[in-house]
Design a protein around this ligand. Structure first.
Ligand code: SF4
Length: 343
């Protein structure tokens, strides 16, 4: 292949036991679109040929897919740094153990300092306890492997910041509790919710979306928390603006390829536009289409006009409604209807 892609994101299913109010893929409320095992392995072949340095396996809940471990292990064995993002809804001991030989990193998503906050955001009671138990299982595996002199995944928590869960005192008590319960935890990564999917809808924007100024303040909070961190825990607040065009860096050159469960290739992570499917056309054909979409004057103008989170949400809504597939547009239209019914 003649093109360079540094990183893949593959949402391998839209099935999810949870229904988070900010979900960018609207998982758990739509068909899973997961491939059967043979087709999935062909997608793995495509990724292997592209030789990226990294891949994020996400969803939906990726561990609900039967072939997920096999796919991750093939990528891992080829030297690609695989990160699994999971809600931790289900983490049998044997799955936690198998992950030690299949991924470089596991991030369990916890979005609240306690069950009342997390379960409200996840729209399912028991989600917090199950996520923490998944971390227990993974932490046990990591502790045992390190004691035996074996390598193991880095283990961390991914925490999406919204208006409901970003109070500094809550973040402090969460970090303290997690550090005590999981001494071998490698990272806690906070990141402001990106206005994408459900998080770009007007109702969500009005109630939960943080402003750029709040994000900047939270980055400073993350630095303070990291300065006080115990063990070797790394605490950070991701500046999610890296998805926006930066001075001197064109969005056209962002070397991230984002795959939907069935192999459809998005033109840009976080927006619904697709340029084709990697099971039908080669990346040599598809990647120039990605770059062409990103360079389109209408798209580039919208992306470059973003100055605030509200602008960003508006850009996401506009792009999704204009470039989403007929199925996407139908699903998005139902969201608007649901908001009207709730009002
Ligand atoms: S756990 Fe992740 S994929 Fe599932 S509904 Fe929540 S945000 Fe979406």
């Amino acid at each position: 292949m003649t093109i360079t892609i540094g990183k893949f994101i593959w949402d391998i299913t839209y099935a999810c036991p949870l229904q988070c109010i900010h979900c960018y893929t609207e998982s758990g409320r739509r068909p899973a679109r997961a491939l059967d095992r043979d087709a999935a392995m062909r997608v793995v072949d495509v990724i292997l040929r592209a030789q990226p340095q990294k891949i994020s396996i996400s969803g939906g809940e990726p561990l609900s897919v039967r072939w997920s471990l096999e796919a991750m292990k093939r990528l891992h064995d080829a030297g690609i740094a695989v990160t699994l993002f999971t809600s931790g809804w289900s983490m049998p001991d044997k799955t936690a153990a198998a992950l030690a030989d299949a991924v470089a990193s596991v991030a369990v998503s916890i979005d609240g300092a306690d069950a009342s906050i997390h379960d409200m955001i996840r729209a399912r009671s028991g989600a917090f306890d199950r996520g923490m138990k998944a971390l227990d299982a993974l932490h046990r595996v990591k502790t045992e492997r390190l004691a035996a002199g074996q390598s193991c995944f880095t283990l961390g928590i991914d925490y999406t910041l919204t208006r409901s869960n970003a109070k500094e005192a809550d973040l402090e008590r969460f970090v303290e509790a997690a550090s005590k319960r999981f001494p071998k935890l490698d990272f806690i990564r906070f990141g402001a919710v990106i206005p994408s999917g459900l998080a770009a809808e007007p109702g969500y924007e009005a109630s939960e979306l943080l402003s750029i100024e709040e994000l900047i303040e939270l980055i400073a909070v993350g630095q303070r928390l990291n300065a006080c961190a115990v063990n070797a825990l790394d605490i950070s607040v991701t500046d999610v603006r890296y998805f926006l065009p930066q001075p001197g860096v064109s969005a056209v050159d962002l070397d991230i390829a984002h795959l939907e469960p069935d192999g459809a290739l998005r033109a840009f992570p976080i927006y619904e536009a697709k340029v084709g499917n990697v099971l039908e056309e080669s990346l040599d054909v598809l990647w120039p289409k990605v770059r062409a979409w990103r360079s389109d004057p209408f798209v580039a103008g919208l992306m470059e006009s973003v100055k605030t989170m509200a602008d960003w949400a508006n850009t996401a809504r506009t792009l999704d409604r204009r470039y989403g597939s007929p199925d996407d547009r139908e699903r998005i239209a139902r969201r608007g209807q649901a908001e009207l019914e709730l009002a």
